[in-house]
Design a protein around this ligand. Structure first.
Ligand code: PLP
Length: 479
């Protein structure tokens, strides 16, 4: 493909993408396929001779589209929202064209510098305390990670490294292995599984703190700390959640933060989904207490109209992370690395290579403006409230957790088995797509407003479908 053909095919691809997104609701949101569907549809080996582009595009419809779950469909209500917008997609194309790998400032200064400034822009949109921003004289700053899981992992590893150094001073008789075996991390029983995974990857123990109304309060954490210290453990890391995956509950960080600070425990905040909403003043109070945190993360690729991947992490003291795993081979060195005027993002993350992801932030922030982004969040919250009212008006159903943002947890006022059957019918109908969660002992259906294109009439039609399937369920002979 030469530049002339690239121009032609590029225009066609943009048309294909725009048509796909404009007409997405005509596609079945959740495919009906058996595992292994794809292998028989394509040859078992790569072609020896080049093939025609038109044939590849035909195969996109024949092979790929039947196996795609349409996350941008207004009938997709599973998991959490996924960011998508035209400016973000265009910026991603530009990123592909530049193809730079910005591991150090010298590897592509614009890639590093735009990221630092975008993290400050976004930090200011959230009214993060100054200490998290990278301005002159600050010890803090932000970085783009691929996912919330990576943010949790790198902060846990940094906290582990810090705790080991401190424990070596307090207990000089203990070996590093002994100290490691005593380190204890904490998170909510409602936290995302990625926190437990980070502890496993980091080789440290983790305890799950019980919740009150799905949120961790200070007494629950305090009790565990007393028990564990008495048993000889060294508490070193607490991951709070703002906007839990199951029910969008908010740990009481303003209560928990001071305890973590007193006990010398690194407090990380995982606000993967809900963090985007903190750009709206009405939701910002939920972030009060962030001033006690050592690190804070949320994923603009979830709810801020930026395409995957883009998960933003801020640190109060960036050297806690950048100096924890410092290696400095000659081939990565450059003359400006010790100038104090720049940073090398290779020290902030697990991989070395990194894409120019801040371009997506820059395009989206400029084309929507803060007001446009706030309007997007508010519209989706309003749609969730609309769905909540529909559920509340039907006496067969109950709402299972306070609806604060774009997630509604609901169920039939009946057994877990019946709710499981209802979800099975919904999934098999393939008209809308949702996933369940477990809230204490209850099997609950999660209805998350996800796609940018979702409107009130989609919500109304989704609810009609759910109630029709409920009627059918009650008419089944076994009921
Ligand atoms: N934390 C929370 C609260 C989440 O809801 C999720 C995913 O939905 C994650 C972490 C994991 O996100 P990621 O896929 O970006 O690692």
């Amino acid at each position: 493909m030469d530049a002339a053909e690239f121009r032609r095919r590029g225009r066609e691809m943009i048309d294909y993408m725009a048509n796909y997104l404009e007409n997405i609701e005509q596609r079945v949101v959740y495919p009906d396929l058996e595992p292994g569907y794809l292998r028989p549809l394509i040859p078992s080996e790569a072609p020896l001779e080049p093939e025609a582009y038109d044939d590849i595009m035909k195969d996109v419809e024949r092979v790929i589209m039947p196996g795609v779950v349409h996350w941008n469909s207004p009938y997709f209500y599973a998991y959490f929202a996924v960011g998508s917008s035209y400016p973000s997609m265009l910026a991603d194309m530009l990123c592909g064209a530049l193809g730079c790998v910005g591991f150090t400032w010298a590897a592509s200064p614009a890639c590093t510098e735009l990221e630092t400034v975008m993290l400050d822009w976004l930090g200011k949109m959230l009214h993060l305390p100054e200490c998290f921003l990278a301005g002159a004289g600050s010890h803090g700053g932000g970085v783009i990670q691929g996912t919330a899981s990576e943010s949790t992992l790198v902060t846990l590893l940094a906290a582990r490294s810090k705790a080991i150094q401190q424990a070596k001073i307090s207990y000089p008789e203990k070996s590093e292995g002994e100290i490691l075996s005593k380190l204890m991390s904490y998170t909510s029983e409602q936290a995302h599984s990625s926190v437990e995974r980070a502890a496993l990857l980091g080789g440290v123990k983790v305890r799950k703190v019980p919740t009150d109304n799905y949120a961790v309060r200070k007494d629950m954490l305090k009790k565990m700390l007393v028990e564990d210290k008495a048993a000889g453990f060294i508490p070193f890391y607490f991951c709070a959640t703002l906007g839990t995956t199951s029910s969008c509950a908010f740990d009481k960080i303003a209560e928990l933060g001071p305890i973590c600070n007193e006990e010398n425990i690194w407090m990380h905040i995982d606000a993967a989904y809900a963090g985007s909403a903190f750009i709206c003043p009405e939701f910002r109070p939920l972030l009060n207490g962030v001033e006690f945190a050592d690190s804070f993360n949320f994923s603009p690729h979830k709810w801020l109209l930026i395409n995957f991947d883009c998960s933003t992490l801020w640190l109060k003291k960036r050297t806690d992370l950048t100096e924890a795993f410092n290696v400095d081979p000659l081939y990565l060195k450059h003359e400006n690395q010790d100038s104090g005027l720049t940073t090398d993002y290779r020290h902030w993350q697990i991989p070395l290579g990194r894409r120019f992801r801040s371009l997506k932030m820059w395009f989206v922030f400029r084309m929507y403006g803060v007001q446009g982004l706030q309007a997007h969040i508010r519209k989706q919250v309003m749609l969730a409230k609309e769905f909540e009212s529909l559920v509340r008006a039907d006496k067969r159903f109950e709402i299972c957790a306070e609806v604060i943002m774009g997630l509604v947890c609901f169920r039939l006022k009946d057994s877990n088995e019946l709710n499981q059957k209802l979800l099975k019918k919904i999934t098999e109908s393939r008209v809308i797509h949702l996933v369940p969660c477990q809230l204490y002992d209850k099997f609950v259906l999660r209805f998350a407003i996800c796609a940018r294109a979702t409107e009130s009439h989609h919500i109304q039609s989704a609810w009609r479908r759910i109630t029709q399937l409920t009627v059918e369920l009650f008419q089944e002979p076994s009921q």
